[in-house]
Design a protein around this ligand. Structure first.
Ligand code: SAM
Length: 249
């Protein structure tokens, strides 16, 4: 279906009206906390939908790309086609819908602290399969995520050092400090983060080394191994507390 077909099918007027109703309800004191959560989630999904439809209009044919970054946010990598659902990416696209890239020509894909923000299994497995599709033979996919294994080990070992470092490196600037009460709260924040505030985008799934290896192997990658954090590509702030793998097609 072309973009015009999509626009006609969704009915932009209906979507505008729905957005207006959501804003009105969110302003009303009678709107309950639970309803507010659901409305904010729908508002967010409508924003992503709008951004994706606008982005699709800019990509009339699949792009040939040697290097691709997915979900880089403001960290644009030079020499890469940077794809994200939000500006300032080169390509604005909801990658849960696939990658607008040609088959078998990409040499290197990088995605850091992105996978945990999309739904598992449907979207996660689709994105990894799309990465496999666009890579050439021997092409590499590097995935980096918060290391749930580290956080669980520290819980079992009652390791105060990890707890202190998580609070210092990850959560020091957050406005919800009062809710980090026990170590299990930190485990929960890594697994799902909180979604009562628009400031934070929830985590939807947690990963460790085994899970990244399994995901890539299932998609057909012939070899998957740990990737040593390379600050010339990766966010230096992610060096601690993340797990990275490189998968070879
Ligand atoms: C936590 S940020 C990570 C940014 C950067 N990789 C880093 O490590 O600093 C997650 C990024 O994934 C992007 N993202 C989330 N869902 C997406 C989707 N469905 N399609 C494309 N990008 C998405 C967000 O817009 C955001 O830029």
């Amino acid at each position: 279906m072309d973009t015009r077909g999509v626009l006609a099918e969704v009915g932009w007027e209906g979507l505008e009206a729905l957005s207006g109703q959501i804003e009105t309800m969110l302003r009303q004191s009678a709107t309950t906390h639970g309803m507010g959560r659901a409305l904010r989630a729908l508002r967010r999904e409508i924003e992503l939908f709008r951004a994706h439809q606008a982005g699709r209009e800019d990509v009339t044919t699949p792009i040939a790309a040697r290097r691709v970054q997915i979900g880089g946010g403001a960290r644009l990598l030079p020499g890469f086609v940077n794809i994200d659902i939000m500006p300032p990416a080169d390509v604005i696209y909801d990658v849960r819908e696939g990658l607008p890239i040609v088959d078998g020509e990409t040499e290197f894909i990088f995605a850091e602290h992105f996978l945990e923000h999309i739904d598992y299994p449907t979207s996660v497995k689709k994105v990894v399969a799309e990465c496999y599709r666009i890579l050439k033979q021997n092409g590499q996919l590097v995935l980096g995520v918060p290391d749930a294994g580290m956080v669980i080990d520290a819980y079992v070992d009652s390791d105060p050092g990890i707890r202190e470092r998580m609070m210092r490196d990850w959560y020091a600037n957050r406005d919800d400090q009062a809710h980090f009460n026990t170590y299990l709260d930190l485990v929960n924040y890594l697994f799902r983060d909180q979604d009562d505030s628009d400031r934070y985008t929830p985590h939807l799934w947690a990963y460790d080394l085994d899970k990244l290896v399994s995901l890539c192997a299932e998609a057909g990658f012939r070899k998957v191994e740990p990737w040593p954090h390379d600050p010339t590509i990766a966010n230096p702030d992610r060096a601690w507390g993340s797990v990275y793998t490189v998968a070879y097609k």
